[in-house]
Design a protein around this ligand. Structure first.
Ligand SMILES: [Mg+2]
Length: 240
């Protein structure tokens, strides 16, 4: 009866987790003053996301892997996320996690939560033999400066023009990206951005809020796609 196809794209840090895990790691293990400057430079568009991650990794002294892993294992996810994952699969909504953070901690957290089946696109991080953090960026795109993992490209390559695309996020790396989606769920910095830029969005506090709204959209007789999102997608097709 409800034959609309929804594709769900969710940010990880601060959206699925209760705090920004990437930032917390660098603030805990890096030189705090330096990390603050790097983050502020990123937020003020003085450096790209890739540059900020590389600088932050350099600002971390050799780490003890066990201490790092214990720190990550103490991170928590939004308690309503699991039910949301179930809701998506019960209703045939494909869910993708798009993160400008790192596989190293996302995989650990999802493993701990028995959510490893979720498709994740992120940057990569490893701990070298000399105990240094080494980042790499398999999804880098010069057109996406505020996210070293170009979230936009994952949205476009994982959805067709007929699909209803949904973005759920909270922060800097979502500002450019969310505009390519039909429905935007925003909190914190992303919410302020959508307000300032007059982008239509739904505010949310947790994934229950998202689920309730999404269900309204799912059963709606006539659902319109967001014209601005279509235009944005088209710009990419034309330019690239
Ligand atoms: Mg975030």
């Amino acid at each position: 009866m409800f034959n609309k196809v929804f594709k769900i794209f969710a940010d990880f840090d601060g959206t699925i987790t209760t705090q920004d895990v990437g930032e917390s790691i660098f603030r805990r293990f890096g030189k705090k003053d330096l990390i603050d400057v790097i983050i502020s430079d990123l937020l003020n568009d003085k450096i790209s996301a890739k540059e900020s991650w590389e600088m932050m990794c350099r600002a971390v002294d050799p780490v003890d892997k066990k201490t790092l892993d214990d720190f990550i294992n103490n991170m928590e996810i939004d308690p309503t996320f699991r039910l949301f994952v179930d809701y998506c699969s019960a209703n045939g909504m494909e869910l993708f996690v798009l993160s400008d953070g790192f596989d190293y901690y996302i995989n650990k957290i999802f493993e701990k939560e028995n959510l490893s089946h979720i498709k994740v696109y992120s940057n990569r991080l490893s701990v070298s033999s000399s105990s240094r953090l080494v980042p790499s960026f398999p999804y880098l795109d010069a057109n996406c400066l505020s996210s070293a993992n170009c979230k936009r490209n994952h949205i476009i390559s994982n959805s067709s023009e007929q699909d209803f695309t949904v973005f759920i996020g909270d922060g800097n790396s979502d500002k450019y990206t969310c505009q390519f989606c039909d429905f935007i769920f925003a909190k914190d910095d992303l919410l302020k951005f959508c307000e300032a830029e007059r982008i239509t969005y739904f505010p949310f506090k947790n994934f229950n809020d998202v689920k309730l709204k999404l269900e309204q959209l799912r059963v709606k007789k006539r659902l319109k796609k967001r014209h601005q999102a279509n235009m944005k997608r088209r710009e990419v097709y034309i330019c690239e």
